[in-house]
Write a protein that binds this ligand. Structure first.
Ligand SMILES: Nc1ncnc2c1ncn2[C@@H]1O[C@H](COP(=O)(O)OP(=O)(O)OP(=O)(O)O)[C@@H](O)[C@H]1O
Ligand SMILES: [Mg+2]
Length: 243
């Protein structure tokens, strides 16, 4: 469970990015974070990743107040998270394969496990032909999918994604959302920032809207059966007439 209690974040230059944020995200939830540019969405994610600290209030993960975390404990916290950044942060001197393998190597995974998992997840992202390419030889969408493969290869219990579909065409975005949806159904918590309201409408998940550093609204997701019914209705339904 992730909890924001009275969180304010003011950066060193005086910009107040978040104020009085109170949010509770249960384990296993799928949450979209939406809002205008500069609203504070990435800041919210950075607080969860312990990349920034709140100025006021606390961020609590599984009962653990992050303000009490020791510097040396941060890598362990990050390892339980699969993170996709807005700017990818791939390592330029490493191939696609090594960028993804690196995420496993730091967890001391065996060579066998790396050889088995890395090509599989890269293939799933449709990049099986690009294993030996370097990031600067890839399109933006391809780089984004490498970043996603790297985030998912560890089977993280928490996936934090900052606009993971921002550079991808709509069809692929939909597929990536379906993939995240499946991983979520297997138990992982997913928190995803997006500007694509079309995607948000298609997936019927909880939506937290941030405006001016505050929660503007928090709309619960529909239960699975309702989402299913809504999808059926979109398909045209019509079974009743046939009978
Ligand atoms: N390191 C920083 N130092 C100072 N100000 C910052 C820093 N990072 C972000 N800000 C400011 O904090 C506010 C919120 O930024 P944030 O990156 O959280 O917005 P966002 O909602 O993710 O926007 P976008 O949709 O454009 O990515 C903005 O006014 C931004 O300029
Ligand atoms: Mg952002």
């Amino acid at each position: 469970m992730i909890e924001f209690v009275g969180v304010e974040k003011t950066y060193g230059n005086g910009t107040r990015a978040l104020r009085d944020v109170n949010i509770r995200i249960e384990t296993g939830e799928f949450v979209f974070i939406v809002g205008s540019s500069g609203a504070g969405k990435s800041t919210l994610l950075k607080l969860i990743m312990c990349e920034e600290k709140p100025t006021v209030g606390s961020v609590i993960i599984n009962g653990y107040d992050l303000s009490a975390i020791k510097r040396r404990e941060i890598p362990m916290l990050r390892r339980s998270m699969g993170v996709v950044f807005q700017d990818f942060r791939l390592i330029p001197s490493m191939t696609v394969y090594d960028n993804v393998a690196f995420a496993l190597r730091v967890t001391n995974a065996s060579v066998r496990e790396i050889r088995r998992k890395v090509p599989k997840i890269i293939g799933l992202m449709g990049l099986g032909q690009k294993l030996k390419a370097y990031p600067d030889e890839l399109s933006g969408g391809e780089q984004q999918r490498v970043a996603l493969a790297r985030a998912l290869v560890n089977n993280p219990s928490l996936i934090i994604a900052d606009e993971p579909t921002g550079n991808i065409d709509p069809e692929l975005s939909f597929e990536i959302l379906e993939l995240l949806d499946e991983i979520n159904k297997l138990g992982a918590t997913v928190i995803m920032v997006t500007h694509e309201l079309g995607l948000v409408e298609q997936f019927h998940k909880r939506v937290i809207s941030i405006e001016n550093g505050q929660v503007a609204y928090d709309r619960p997701g529909e239960p699975a059966w309702e989402a299913g019914a809504a999808a059926d209705a979109e398909m045209g339904g019509g079974e009743d007439e046939v009978e």
